[in-house]
Design a protein around this ligand. Sequence first.
Ligand SMILES: [Zn+2]
Length: 368
Amino acid sequence: MFNFKCPFRNKCVSERRVVGWWTKHEGLSSRLISRASKMDDSIQPLFTFGVIADIQYADIDDGYNFTHTRKRYYRNSLQLLRRANEKWKTETVQPSFILQLGDIIDGFNKKYEASQKALDTVLTEFDRTGIAVHHVWGNHEFYNFSRQDLITSLNSQNTDFAMREDEIKQKHPDNEQSYAYHFSPAPNFRFVVLDAYDVSLIGRQENSEQYNQALKILQEHNGNYDLNQPPAYSGLEQRFVKFNGGFGQDQLEWLDRLLSLSDQKLEKVTIVSHLPIHPSSTDPVCLAWNYDDVLSILYSHKSVVCFMAGHDHDGGYHQDISGIHHLTFEGVIETRPNNDAFGTVYVYEDRMKLKGNGRVPHRSLNYE
Ligand SMILES: [Zn+2]
């Protein structure tokens, strides 16, 4: 779609067995014959990390989503983050880091000129854990701040931690400040943070190449006056809305090169982005515009084991044909005050184990 010249688009990918996962939601946890049931919790993980998505904090009364189908608990989302922090602090194996998958505060803050105050409030809450946080940028970040603001206030890519043990000096080319980087928290494991709003109408200046590319894509696919209205009632075309975005060619080529190095080093790679990239892991209205370009790259690298995203508050999961686990995390903002939405991932040599809380189900994620 973005004319990304992908040499591996037609690469044959063999179907792998879909085994070893389970979900509370599907009621299979006790019956599904999988390696999950044989896990020995006494085995010490190599490391653990926390995951939380779509906090969307605002100091305002509860409201509803765009279609008035889901209640949003703007103020209480901070309490849910606090509970997540308390849980992470008491984990037997302290999380090495936390992945904040984007939409850390809600766009309503802009209307009330409370953006910085709301961000400070949430970051202060994160700081209480003393655990490093990797921040992904979502659409609500851009409703509140410019890219330049975020580089200053919500940027985890240049921390010592992010680049620790990082032998790959090549970072994402700074083409108008795309926000993508990688880090290795332990030998043989790498995490990649992607910028899903690289090509977008939000967060890009109107005279930029990325803005104009995004405008062209949306004009081609969405005839609505309000570009936040999906152009179709069903199917993948729904994704062509203003609140989504895409990955630029530079970023995709950078990702491809990075994964080639990870392949050589026999690393296990987890990629994170605000937008999901597999149609079976999300409602299509939340899918990245050029999700297929990213999937093509992932399928050509044996190092990728997992893709984590937020944005779709209902969450989702799918293990694709190459064995990659696609997790879309349930959003905090639409989680009732007496419930939870966060997880801790235990990483082992042969698998990851997601210990979910509240709406986030437990999952065993075997490396295929
Ligand atoms: Zn979002």
